[in-house]
Design a protein around this ligand. Structure first.
Ligand SMILES: *Cc1c(COP(=O)(O)O)cnc(C)c1O
Length: 398
């Protein structure tokens, strides 16, 4: 009798745990990877170039540089944006740690601007309030796959001579005013972590329409070293290379990019499935007062990287933690995105951020719950989640 018991002391809705996100790898993906493993190229080779070209084309952007992770791509973007000691960069508090960390890697200081109540994306009005003489760049995030207010943000950047690095880790394939993200800002970053829209295991990419930024991204990925004879200060022979700046080893492998190329063929179907599941959830939860479903702006198309609800518990005899634990007891892998970055111990201790600094973000966090959503989910999985939501809510109504 080791079976875990759920809310009513009965068996959980699901026997097996349903995670909030998961990759979808098929035999064609596996073949693409093993084909490359049979060649001479194990690290960076022709598949990297092919993947970059395909993602750039898909995203209507001139240039793309693939990296070993989305975080590495963000670090490279922060570097080529020229962020350095003493510069300030404004990002959203509702995001993953990498958006602040990439600024710290370059010696910059992280500032935050609060989010909007409807989309939970960074609020352009709040960005304006945070700008000082030291501000160098903005890092908005297309949170949950919904593009941020790109036009407003670009306008602020232009007026104040700032670089925009759009963290589109959630949003490859998302649309803003009928245009795909990528190339709508100075630099756009994608992540190919397994929970993201397409995966390379670990991996990321930085995109730009600016040739100079593109060349800097490439050099940063490989130790700051160039072999391009047009760029060398001198040339001592065919072996000769120069390290012209400080860079890293942020390369991605050819077999990872083969996986990426194979995954990219399916991206539109992946996004369609994500959107279909989101629609089903929206319809199922419409009648529940306790659940505020995500809002999608009219002029964007979200990729629904995550399906995040806000709990409005009112008179319910529960809080977010009891609700979270109840879902987990049903084997429904709910999650919480994200703990406000300014409240992480490192940011509090280093910069003195405290509770109350970004009230909309904090209120958002207190009510947030992410439900499972990934393209490989079957109808039964989606129905299990809906059933669990109804079960948990009605249990605490009593
Ligand atoms: C996943 C993610 C990243 C980092 O991507 P990795 O590929 O895991 O390094 C950055 N920002 C956001 C918002 C993310 O969700």
């Amino acid at each position: 009798m080791s079976e875990k018991l759920a809310l009513h002391g009965g068996p959980p809705i699901r026997k097996e745990f349903l995670p909030y996100g998961r990759q979808w790898i098929n035999d064609d993906d596996i073949k693409a990877v093993t084909d490359v493993l049979k060649t001479d190229w194990i690290t960076q080779g022709p598949k990297v170039v092919e993947f970059e070209k395909k993602v750039a084309d898909y995203s209507n952007t001139k240039y793309a540089v693939a990296f070993s992770s989305g975080t590495a791509a963000l670090h490279a973007a922060a570097y080529v944006a020229g962020i350095t000691n003493g510069d300030e960069v404004i990002t959203t508090p509702i995001t993953f740690a990498a958006d602040g960390n990439c600024v710290l890697f370059t010696g910059g200081t992280v500032k935050f601007a609060d989010i909007k109540k409807d989309t939970y994306n960074i609020d352009p009005k709040k960005i304006k309030e945070q700008i000082t003489k030291k501000t160098k760049a903005l890092i908005p995030v297309d949170y949950t796959g919904q593009p941020c207010d790109i036009n407003e943000i670009n306008e602020i950047a232009e007026k104040n001579n700032l670089t925009v690095i759009e963290d589109a880790s959630h949003a490859i394939g998302a649309e803003y005013k009928n245009k795909k993200v990528g190339g709508l800002t100075d630099l756009t970053v994608f992540s190919f972590h397994p929970v993201k829209t397409i995966t390379t295991g670990e991996g990321g990419m930085a995109l730009t329409n600016n040739e100079e930024l593109y060349e800097k991204l490439q050099i940063f990925r490989t130790h700051g070293i160039t072999r391009d004879t047009k760029k060398l200060q001198k040339n001592e022979g065919a072996w000769y290379y120069e390290m012209q700046t400080l860079g890293y080893n942020y390369r991605i492998t050819d077999f990872q990019c083969a996986l990426g190329i194979s995954q990219l063929k399916k991206i539109d179907n992946f996004i369609k499935k994500r959107r279909d599941i989101a629609t089903k959830y929206n319809e199922a939860f419409e009648s529940l007062d306790e659940i505020i479903t995500p809002y999608e702006k009219k002029d964007v198309k979200s990729t629904y990287h995550i399906y995040m609800i806000q709990l409005d518990l009112g008179d319910l005899k529960a809080n977010r933690k009891t609700i979270f634990d109840a879902f987990r007891a049903e084997n429904i892998g709910v999650h919480v995105h994200y703990i406000p970055l300014h409240l992480q111990p490192y940011y509090r201790e280093r910069f003195g951020y405290k509770k109350g600094d970004f009230p909309i973000a904090e209120a958002y966090y207190n009510k947030a719950l992410t439900l499972p959503l990934f393209p490989k989910m079957k109808d039964e999985d989606v129905n299990d989640v809906i059933e669990a939501v109804e079960k948990v809510i009605s249990y605490y109504q009593k």
